[in-house]
Design a protein around this ligand. Sequence first.
Ligand SMILES: NC(=O)c1ccc[n+]([C@@H]2O[C@H](COP(=O)([O-])OP(=O)(O)OC[C@H]3O[C@@H](n4cnc5c(N)ncnc54)[C@H](OP(=O)(O)O)[C@@H]3O)[C@@H](O)[C@H]2O)c1
Length: 224
Amino acid sequence: MASLRAISPDVVEHPSAARHDDHARGGLAHQRLLSHVLPLGPGHAEQHRAVPREVVSIACTDWRGRDRRADTLDLLFVNAAIDRGDLPIDEVPTDMFTEVMITNALSPLRTLETLRGLVAPGGTVAVMSSDQGSISRNIEPGYELYKASKAALNQLMRSYATRHADDGQTKLLIDPGHNQTRLGGPDAPLIPEESIPDVVDVLEAQAGAPGLQFLDRHGENVPW
Ligand SMILES: NC(=O)c1ccc[n+]([C@@H]2O[C@H](COP(=O)([O-])OP(=O)(O)OC[C@H]3O[C@@H](n4cnc5c(N)ncnc54)[C@H](OP(=O)(O)O)[C@@H]3O)[C@@H](O)[C@H]2O)c1
């Protein structure tokens, strides 16, 4: 069984999946956990749908960068997301709206549905969300499309959790805090080297917990 820190599903054994190596890049996927699974953008949506519903194993790199193959995961963690700048919603082109919604909301759920069968009984399925997806905390202006996409992700994850309520898998949405990444920008107060170990601690602490929770990196509930 792949250990919690050993899961880095980069490639699904399917021609539509492209290798997606995050080791050399910045970003939250870089720390302790690596989480790329599939290309998630609109151009990949139909390919993604074509991935077999039953995936029996995935090629991975472990936390030391060694190639592995895993047929059982303790944790499936979907991390990728995009923003496309800070336009008021009435100025967002339709293509941009579609791209962000597919990448941030639809594709993470398709990924969970495709790969959940690899997750061990009692294992965890998680998606990187954001407190920007909290509707009740949306009292500051800005990033309307990104916020909407994370709120949609959260809503879809709640539906997923209802649909799979009895599967025995822990379900988490994680807010990692505002980090200095390409997405978070250089002025963010946190760096991934500090925040992601906290996220991993939360994932480990919640292993086996029932239901769906929306938690920050300290393990506190984020309001919906
Ligand atoms: N940074 C923050 O302050 C912050 C706060 C709250 C939540 N988050 C969340 O944390 C997660 C990681 O964000 P980050 O800050 O690390 O951003 P990032 O540095 O921009 O990294 C985003 C990652 O997503 C990948 N990605 C983008 N589009 C993709 C696609 N179509 N298919 C597959 N992979 C794709 C990128 O791959 P490429 O490098 O190949 O483009 C990159 O590795 C996201 O879910 C984000 O919403 C971040």
